[in-house]
Design a protein around this ligand. Structure first.
Ligand SMILES: Cc1cc2nc3c(=O)[nH]c(=O)nc-3n(C[C@H](O)[C@H](O)[C@H](O)COP(=O)(O)O)c2cc1C
Length: 176
């Protein structure tokens, strides 16, 4: 039993399990992105749904990246990254860039090109944003990485969705 004077605000808020926390977070329906950067010639990527727009002027976005992911240090050292918004057809890339398969060592065999910064831009992605790092803020076991958009693009297709640990499909075709 911790004496009240020894508790901090974190203790007060922790009357729930890790599993409960994940369960509630999973009720937020999102799209799916792959955040990419390079380690020399090696292309690196991880699946990320903690992505949001921040500012229109200047054009800023943010992603939250787990500190122990292999991409974290490289991305911060490089000072650049790309966010690739996945289409329904790129479902397998979401799984691959979140796993530890042999294919992941080869960038999940995904074709890519570069824009301004040199970060890999996935071919056929629904949308992409090539960014230089503007700020990095602490966020527990993640870093909150704010990027200033240097170039962008995208195609017309259906988005990959993520909800309660699954990839549901849009019931009606969506427009570009
Ligand atoms: C749909 C989905 C969304 C994810 N979102 C994030 C995220 O926002 N930030 C993050 O750091 N990891 C996220 N992950 C987990 C990483 O993709 C996964 O842990 C990855 O393997 C980390 O890279 P590592 O193998 O180098 O540790 C997500 C995974 C999935 C399947």
């Amino acid at each position: 039993m911790i004496a009240p004077e020894q508790r901090d605000e974190t203790d007060e808020a922790m009357d729930f399990s890790h599993a409960d926390f994940r369960k509630v977070l999973g009720r937020f329906a999102s799209g799916v992105t792959v955040v990419t950067t390079c380690d020399g010639e090696q292309r690196l990527g991880i699946t990320v749904n903690a992505f949001t727009s921040v500012s229109l002027e200047p054009p800023l976005i943010l992603v939250c990246i787990e500190k122990k992911s292999h991409l974290h240090q490289v991305m911060l050292r490089n000072g650049y990254f790309a966010v690739n918004v996945l289409t329904e057809e790129q479902h397998a890339l979401s799984t691959c860039f979140a796993g530890h398969s042999e294919a992941r060592r080869n960038f999940c065999d995904a074709p890519s090109h570069t824009a301004v910064t040199g970060a890999p831009v996935l071919d056929h992605s629904l949308g992409w944003l090539d960014c230089r790092i503007e700020n990095v803020f602490p966020g527990g076991d993640h870093s909150i990485v704010v990027g200033r958009v240097q170039a962008l693009g995208g195609g017309e297709n259906r988005p990959l969705l993520y909800y309660r640990g699954k990839y549901p499909k849009l019931s009606k075709p969506s427009e570009g």
